[in-house]
Design a protein around this ligand. Structure first.
Ligand SMILES: Cc1cc2nc3c(=O)[nH]c(=O)nc-3n(C[C@H](O)[C@H](O)[C@H](O)COP(=O)(O)OP(=O)(O)OC[C@H]3O[C@@H](n4cnc5c(N)ncnc54)[C@H](O)[C@@H]3O)c2cc1C
Length: 285
């Protein structure tokens, strides 16, 4: 199908983009890489009067270091993030997770910011951002900015803390330098959306897991943190038996969907299996 008619603007500055959004109110839509928005427009699931393209705004693709954080511009593409040396050194989990998003073509157009704001529960990036305690910098009317922690960013299915007239500008991720990381994604065929996936990053000291962070994909309407597993792993040897025991509670408190790929009970079982695999791989065991 062909999208409904809309006005298109590509402002040269953040201020102009925010003004364009303010003028159009709830009739505006932000365009980043277009990999999720364009299918939505083509299927006429949304018919905005104005599309505000962010690609000409300087600085939004930057990936920089700021003290204890790596700062990722919302328009950095998945491909930019995967190969970036700062990301690989300090937040390896993000690089490994983003490498599992879709296929190379989509990773070269789609942005990390777009994926996070789109907030598809089967999308991969959210689980890593949540596990890594990311902070989200949001610009609003008049240029005012606010910062929202990962626990408050993902509100519901396709809904985040980014409101009408606002833009996600940066994602700030605390450095996890020296931590092992792995994203275990379960799909029937390569490049599919996650049926379930687990993002795990661990700090191992002398064969013992000293700290662990685990995010779950597609186990509810938002990415979820497997805190009981994180707690159970601390102080345990990075061995198959110990990790299996800790991973047994991975699905506690989750409410995964049932669909043609698997019912809710199957996804809960998968979560425990994938958590064990992800943690062992992250620990290098
Ligand atoms: C065939 C296919 C397979 C895919 N497979 C996967 C997969 O396996 N895993 C996965 O995680 N993703 C997958 N995706 C989605 C892909 O990762 C997209 O790149 C991502 O969801 C959206 O990023 P984008 O930059 O293209 O955003 P857009 O499509 O441009 O925007 C997405 C939404 O976010 C809003 N938005 C974007 N940026 C901002 C911003 N800075 N501030 C405020 N609002 C903003 C837009 O208004 C829109 O509502 C797939 C997409 C396709 C088409």
């Amino acid at each position: 199908m062909i999208p409904a008619l809309f006005d298109y603007v590509a402002p040269d500055s953040l201020e102009e983009a925010l003004s364009a959004l303010a003028e159009a109110g709830d009739e505006a839509k932000v365009l980043a890489g277009g990999q999720s928005l364009l299918p939505v427009l083509r299927m006429r699931l949304n018919a905005p009067e104005k599309v505000v393209d962010l690609r000409r705004i300087p600085g939004l693709t930057d990936i920089t270091e700021d003290g204890d954080a790596i700062v990722i511009g919302s328009m950095a593409t998945h491909a930019d993030v995967i190969v970036n040396p700062l990301v690989r050194e300090h937040v390896l989990l993000l690089s490994k997770t983003v490498a599992e998003v879709a296929d190379p073509q989509i990773r070269h157009r789609g942005t990390v910011g777009g994926a996070l704001v789109h907030a598809d529960p089967a999308g991969d990036v959210g689980a890593a951002a949540l596990a890594l305690d990311a902070e989200f910098v949001i610009a609003g009317p008049g240029g005012a900015t606010r910062t929202v922690g990962a626990a408050d960013f993902f509100v519901d299915l396709f809904e985040t803390a980014v409101g009408e007239g606002e833009l996600l500008t940066q994602v700030r991720i605390p450095k996890h330098t020296g931590w092992g990381a792995h994203y275990e994604k379960f799909v029937r065929v390569k490049h599919q959306w996650s049926i379930v996936a687990v993002a795990a990053t661990v700090r191992v000291d002398g064969g013992i897991i000293a700290e662990a962070r685990i995010g779950l994909t597609n186990m509810g309407s938002t990415p979820l943190r497997a805190t009981s597993v994180e707690e159970a792993l601390v102080g345990k040897a990075a061995t198959e038996d110990a990790v299996r025991e800790a991973a047994a509670s991975a699905a506690d408190g989750t409410n995964p969907p049932s669909d043609l790929n698997g019912d809710s009970a199957y996804r809960k079982h998968l979560a425990t299996v994938l958590t064990r695999r992800a943690v062992l791989a992250a620990a290098g065991a």
